[in-house]
Design a binder for this molecule. Structure first.
Ligand code: ACO
Length: 155
């Protein structure tokens, strides 16, 4: 599967603030008021956090850009280093969002496929995510299946 013509995918960069990433995330949830310096600081920090071997990034945020270099989809895989399963790695897919006007073009599926490929390449023994019931069909199309029950406490 490939991206539609003119679209590209790459890692989120600290300089991406003005490229529409926050607007794209608003398709998912409330983003809040975030300044450009704070955005730059966080994404730069993500780039420095490595696993214990120093080989892999723990935070792996990706973006898809359209032909005019606007960010139209984003999401990340976070790598958790565990004791169990022989110091196993678990991938967490987080904050998947496709700009409303760009939904239905297979961008979401392309993004999940790329994040899944990263988790597999890093050696994760599983990749997990939480989603609304209404998105179960989407994740099933990406090869995921229902397992367990989500519990939460909110503050
Ligand atoms: N239910 C069932 N099937 C779906 C759904 C859905 N909600 N959404 C898409 N699909 C299907 C499509 O029909 C398509 O099927 P096909 O291959 O048979 O034609 C396939 O899944 C791939 O669809 P895409 O075009 O890649 O989907 P899209 O780019 O619109 O992305 C997404 C889907 C990410 C859910 C998008 O609609 C979105 O951003 N929604 C708002 C934010 C959101 O809910 N994000 C997920 C949060 S969960 C998390 O972050 C872990």
């Amino acid at each position: 599967m490939s991206l539609p013509k003119g679209y590209t995918i790459r890692r989120l960069q600290p300089s991406d603030y003005s490229k529409g990433v926050l607007k794209t995330l608003e398709s998912l949830t409330t983003v809040g008021s975030i300044s450009e310096p704070d955005f730059h600081k966080l994404v730069s920090h993500w780039n420095t956090v490595k696993d214990i071997s120093g080989k892999y990034n723990i935070y792996n945020p990706l973006v898809i850009l359209d032909e005019s270099e606007v960010i139209v989809a984003t999401g990340m895989i976070f790598i958790e280093e565990k004791i169990i399963h022989g110091l196993g790695l678990v991938g967490h897919i987080e904050d998947i969002s496709v700009l409303s006007s760009q939904q239905g073009k297979k961008l979401g599926k392309f993004l999940i496929d790329e994040l899944t490929r990263i988790g597999k390449e890093y050696g994760c023994y599983k990749i997990i995510l939480d989603c609304d019931r209404k998105n179960v069909g989407f994740y099933e199309k990406c090869g995921y299946h229902e397992a367990g029950v989500e519990m939460q406490i909110r503050f």
